[in-house]
Structures are given as structure tokens and as C-alpha cells.
Design a protein around this ligand. Structure first.
Ligand code: AMP
Length: 271
């Protein structure tokens, strides 16, 4: 990969990288389209990173459909798909891990020990292999965005981190590869998450500023849906992930599926 990147750079072409784990949906494709519009060359990496999955998480059953992914990326006129193997990414002798402090401590970091170390390590390696001018991440994974921005800045990686708004289904559910796990009944219940964020944004727009009340509003709305078990609901600052702030972040379990979503309550909820 590095060889091709060096060639593109020599020819004065700008490079955009979109890191993904495959099982592509319209959210990923929005990142690709944005990268396409802003760069001469677009590289999509496709790597289901074992390092960012916990021992009891869904690494083995994570959805995989390379042929469909390739077709979608060809149609989007992507220049290269970087698809390393786990053996080349993490040979047995490799012992370096990248850890971003602070922003990764709470919420997803607390719920998924080792997750952000896996993310920071793989993102560092992908950036080293592709050497892009810009790298694209989805607001859907808000804490990941905060961590990657911190990483790029703290290590002077010289890459611009571009953030793309969350793409949602018609009924508001944030698109996610994990939505494929939901039964029809669970899929219906899952709209409670975006519904709660929408209501809280409405309350904020009507003047409600008390983070405790906004948080209670979201929890209360989720509590009405018996299939949804909230893991956390918080209002944090989007850059530091410290309380208080206007970014409402939610994690919830629906059956065996764990979903996350977020919305900056100071902005209107889309749709
Ligand atoms: P993943 O394949 O789940 O690791 O996601 C790859 C990238 O796509 C990450 O930067 C995600 O934040 C982003 N992404 C996932 N879902 C969405 C969505 N619904 N809208 C926008 N970006 C998304």
C-alpha cells in the first residue's frame, strides 16, 4: 500500500482514507462520497480489527460480505481498497500499542476495556500505511472521533481528521453494520434511541438547559420501550468527553445487540 501512496504523492495527488470494517451501508458510503469530493485519490481500508473487540464481543459473527462491499466501492469510484490480514497487521512479535488517555476513559472506554487501544493502534497503522492528507470518520462513533482527533494532534501525524454527520434510516435509527443483528421486533424498538435524542433536542430548543433533566428525559423515553436496556446516557463535551456538555451520548442493548448513538442537543435533530 505504501508504494502506491508514495507514487500518488510524487504525482502531487491528494489522498483521502476511509477506514472501515466492511459490511458497508449508506453511512460508510457518505464518508466515501465526502472523501471523493475532497481528494484526488480515495483509499478505503477494510479490516475487521480483532484488537478492538473484547473477548465476549461479536468479532466472530461480525457481518462480512466482501463481494457486495467491492461492488459498492467500485460504483463509488474508489481508487484502492486496502485489505490487510490480521497476521500482517499483528505478527506475533508485535508488542506496540497506542493508548489515548482522557477522552477514552469513560463511557465506551469503560464499557469496552481495550477497545480504544485497539482503535488507536489500528488507526495509527492505517495512517502509516496509506499516509493520507485526510482521514474520514463518522460522527456516529463520537468518542472514537474525539480519540482519533486527540491521537492525530498529540502525535503530530500531519493528517486532517474529517468528521461526517451520522446517516440515519428513514425512521431515525442510526445506520450501523450491527443493525443487521436485530429481529423485526427489535428493529422497531430500536427507534426509541433516536426518538429519545430527538425529544431531548426539542426540549433543548424550547429552552431546557439542565443536563440532569435532559438526561432524565432521554432515559425516561428509553424506559418506555421494554426491549431496550440502556447502558449509559450522558451529556458530555464533544472534544473532551467530560461532563457537562451538549453532546448526548447513548449506549443500549436490544436483545444481544449493543447499539450506540449521539446527538448535539444544541442543534436540531435531522429529518
Ligand atoms: P465501522 O465499519 O463500523 O468501523 O465504521 C467505519 C466508519 O464509518 C467509522 O468512522 C464510523 O463512524 C462510520 N460510520 C458508521 N456508521 C455511520 C453512520 N450511520 N453515519 C456516518 N458514519 C458512520
Amino acid at each position: 500500500m505504501l508504494e502506491a501512496s508514495r507514487r500518488w504523492r510524487r504525482d502531487g495527488r491528494s489522498i483521502g482514507l476511509v477506514p472501515t470494517m466492511g459490511a458497508l451501508h449508506a453511512g460508510h458510503m457518505r464518508l466515501v462520497e465526502t472523501a471523493r469530493a475532497e481528494n484526488d485519490v480515495v483509499v478505503v481500508s477494510h479490516f475487521v480489527n480483532p484488537l478492538q473487540f473484547g473477548p465476549n464481543e461479536d468479532l466472530d459473527r461480525y457481518p462480512r460480505d466482501w463481494e457486495r462491499d467491492d461492488r459498492m466501492l467500485r460504483e463509488a469510484e474508489v481508487d484502492a481498497i486496502y485489505r490487510p490480514t490480521a497476521a500482517t497487521m499483528y505478527p506475533p512479535e508485535a508488542s506496540t500499542r497506542v493508548r489515548v488517555g482522557g477522552v477514552t476513559d469513560a463511557l465506551e472506554g469503560a464499557a469496552r476495556p481495550g477497545h480504544f487501544e485497539g482503535v488507536a493502534t489500528v488507526v495509527t497503522k492505517l495512517l502509516a500505511a496509506v499516509q493520507p492528507d485526510r482521514a474520514y470518520f463518522g460522527q456516529k462513533d463520537a468518542q472514537q472521533v474525539a480519540a482519533v482527533k486527540r491521537l492525530a494532534s498529540d502525535l503530530d501525524l500531519g493528517v486532517e481528521i474529517r468528521v461526517v454527520p451520522t446517516v440515519r434510516e428513514q425512521d431515525g435509527l442510526a445506520m450501523s453494520s450491527r443493525n443487521a443483528y436485530l429481529s423485526p421486533e427489535e428493529r422497531r424498538a430500536a427507534t426509541a434511541i433516536s426518538g429519545a435524542l430527538r425529544e431531548a433536542a426539542g426540549a433543548f430548543a424550547s429552552g431546557e438547559r439542565d443536563p440532569h433533566r435532559l438526561r432524565a428525559l432521554i432515559s425516561g423515553r428509553l424506559g418506555l420501550e421494554p426491549l431496550v436496556s440502556p447502558e449509559y446516557v450522558e451529556l458530555v463535551d464533544a472534544a473532551t468527553f467530560q461532563k457537562p456538555g451538549t453532546l448526548a451520548v447513548v449506549a443500549a442493548r436490544i436483545g444481544k445487540t449493543r447499539l450506540i448513538d449521539n446527538h448535539d442537543l444544541s442543534k436540531p435533530f435531522p429529518g
